[in-house]
Design a binder for this molecule. Sequence first.
Ligand SMILES: O=P(O)(O)OP(=O)(O)OP(=O)(O)OC[C@H]1O[C@@H](n2cnc3c(O)ncnc32)[C@H](O)[C@@H]1O
Ligand SMILES: [Mg+2]
Length: 201
Amino acid sequence: MKKVILATKNKGKAIEFKEIFSQIGMEIVSLLDISESIPDIEETGETFEENARIKAEAIADRFELPVLSDDSGLEIDALNGRPGVYSARYAGLDKNDHKNVEKVLKELNGIETEKRTARFVCVLAFARPGIDTVMKRGICEGSIGKERKGEHGFGYDPIFYPKGYDRTLAQLLPEEKNKISHRRHAIDQMIDWLETEGKME
Ligand SMILES: O=P(O)(O)OP(=O)(O)OP(=O)(O)OC[C@H]1O[C@@H](n2cnc3c(O)ncnc32)[C@H](O)[C@@H]1O
Ligand SMILES: [Mg+2]
């Protein structure tokens, strides 16, 4: 099976990548699968693209191998796009999903349903030593609920209703989420690129 390194320490992301890539016969190896300890990479960028590039290139340089990374987050219209690139560390540097959700619910307190629109964004970067990094962006439109619902997924899934659904991403089965997610859309585009232009490089 063909292997690709994924520059992430996020368990929820790694599970979703493994599931989606297994469908095309590829194995994903995340930084959580590697016994070597890798220092955290500082996400100093102001955009998802900048941070995805920083993560993929740092790990590609270190291993001298092709590396994929994912920088993602939630943009809430009523909060002017926050938490955005700060989604992981919104309520503090300990990156606690529960506290992050709590903070968003508090900030949206009193805001009516129609004004709670939001989207998940996922930018994938594919870095290879000595070759320009390629990036693809996927989006999942939806809105923010008023309380947590569901046990699946990770991060902000329990409060995110994808457009057209009356269940949160955490109430959908993993295979349902993986058909419609921002991550899925970005991965589909990256796979298309790999199968067409990627082959010619
Ligand atoms: O940088 P890596 O090591 O990949 O792990 P991270 O958790 O720090 O990841 P990001 O910097 O990309 O921050 C993304 C945050 O956005 C949230 N997020 C991204 N995709 C999500 C999804 O599919 N469902 C729920 N929350 C998501 C979640 O809180 C993540 O921690
Ligand atoms: Mg991160």
